[in-house]
Design a protein around this ligand. Structure first.
Ligand code: ADP
Ligand code: GN1
Ligand code: MG
Length: 355
């Protein structure tokens, strides 16, 4: 972060800029996040990616409405996790504009850590339980209040359309490098129909929509789940998306961009722990069909991310942050390996989910 921005931010937070230290934190693909330390205070500062989030004020408004809802639950002893709170500037602004960039400040959850790869089944059950508790706490939240921050975010048909457009445009001639991956993705479009058929019969929910493992904070002392973070994509949706994204990001022993593809597999103990943790707080609200639909989510999410990573690779890496030229292609290959492994374990997963 540029020193002049650091100065301005400190001033807006009524902190002495001389004592402000910023360090990059986390590994998110969209926003930029820093830990701000100032003598004995700590905050999270985020620069919002306004290419992705075109209306940052709407994003902050959504997150604040959810924050208020969860705070109320917490006061009633109905929400056992910590709530991420927005911090206002001295002039009571929650969205900060400096040099045409948008920032927001959040309370820092101390004594916590996030993971990019789940270590064991206990951690998996903890995180899944916390995402389930979060979903349960939002059951009486009116989804109409939320702005659609990214239209069609989990619309699989639209994601395929975007891939087809990128293939047609082929702006930097990369189609030839991923012809097999494209062909395979396009052969899986029957999932669009399966999704449309099932979603006609299950309720629309308020979803987190980005339940990847590094959007959970764990307590450094007890290792229990401590807080659900990254509420940027909270919108109406189906629980199958949140379940599917947990399966996608918890189950493989390899990171999302690992090229060690033979090891990109579903760890069965981790999957069982997700089912146990997530279903417990939601069981009484879920029909058999909705529970069954969760398995479709486990297929949809890795396929959708393969399609999104491939699309971005073809579009010259304009959406997800990349560290090198083939990064998005490698992510897509990783997600396809996971998707294929899920297909080969589908029957076992179904039995485990419904048992
Ligand atoms: P992104 O949108 O880029 O994914 P996140 O909101 O997920 O950003 O934050 C990135 C990382 O920063 C998280 O994975 C976590 O390690 C850390 N982090 C974010 N918010 C907090 C917080 N309130 N307290 C402590 N750490 C946090
Ligand atoms: C992005 O911001 P982050 O890293 O938590 C993306 C998700 C993807 C994920 C893949 C707004 O999440 O949809 O599933 O990368 N967020 C947005 O790792 O597109
Ligand atoms: Mg994140």
């Amino acid at each position: 972060m540029h020193t002049s921005v650091q100065y301005k931010l400190s001033e807006l937070l009524a902190l002495n800029p001389e004592f402000t230290q910023l360090s990059v934190i986390g590994s998110g693909h969209i926003n930029s996040t820093w830990l701000l330390k100032n003598t004995d205070e700590q905050f999270i500062v985020q620069k919002l990616n306004t290419e992705v989030f075109k209306h940052p004020a709407q994003l902050v408004s959504n997150a604040q409405l959810i924050e208020q809802h969860l705070n109320t639950k917490q006061l009633q002893n109905n929400y056992p996790l910590e709530v991420i709170k927005h911090i206002a500037t001295y002039n009571r602004e929650y969205l900060i504009e400096i040099d045409n960039e948008h920032y927001r400040v959040l309370n820092y959850i101390s004594n916590s850590y996030s993971e990019d790869v789940i270590k064991n089944a206990q951690q998996s059950e903890q995180a899944a339980y916390a995402f389930g508790v979060f979903a349960n706490a939002l059951q009486d939240f009116d989804a109409q209040q939320l702005h659609t921050v990214i239209p069609d975010f989990h619309n699989l048909a639209m994601r395929f359309e975007q891939l087809n457009t990128a293939i047609t445009n082929n702006i930097i001639n990369r189609v030839k490098h991923c012809a097999d991956e494209i062909k395979y993705c396009l052969s899986q479009q029957h999932l669009i129909t399966e999704l449309n058929n099932i979603t006609q019969h299950i309720p629309l929910r308020v979803c987190h929509n980005d339940t990847k493992i590094n959007n959970m904070l764990f307590c450094s002392t007890t290792h229990k789940a401590k807080a659900v973070i990254d509420l940027d994509t909270c919108m109406a949706g189906f629980w199958l998306y949140d379940f599917g994204d947990m399966v996608r990001t918890f189950c493989s022993p390899e990171a999302e961009d690992s090229t060690n593809l033979h090891n990109v597999v579903i760890r069965k103990d981790i999957f069982s722990a997700i089912v146990k943790g997530y279903v417990a707080p939601l069981k009484s609200s879920m029909s058999t069909l909705e529970r069954e639909s969760l398995l479709l989510g486990a297929k949809i999410m890795p396929l959708m991310l393969s399609v999104r990573f491939l699309t971005d690779y073809l579009n010259n890496d304009v959406y997800f942050k990349v560290a090198h030229a083939d990064h998005n292609l490698e992510r897509a290959q990783n997600q396809l390996a996971l998707y294929k492994n899920i297909l080969s374990n589908e029957q076992w997963m179904h039995e485990r989910l419904m048992s």
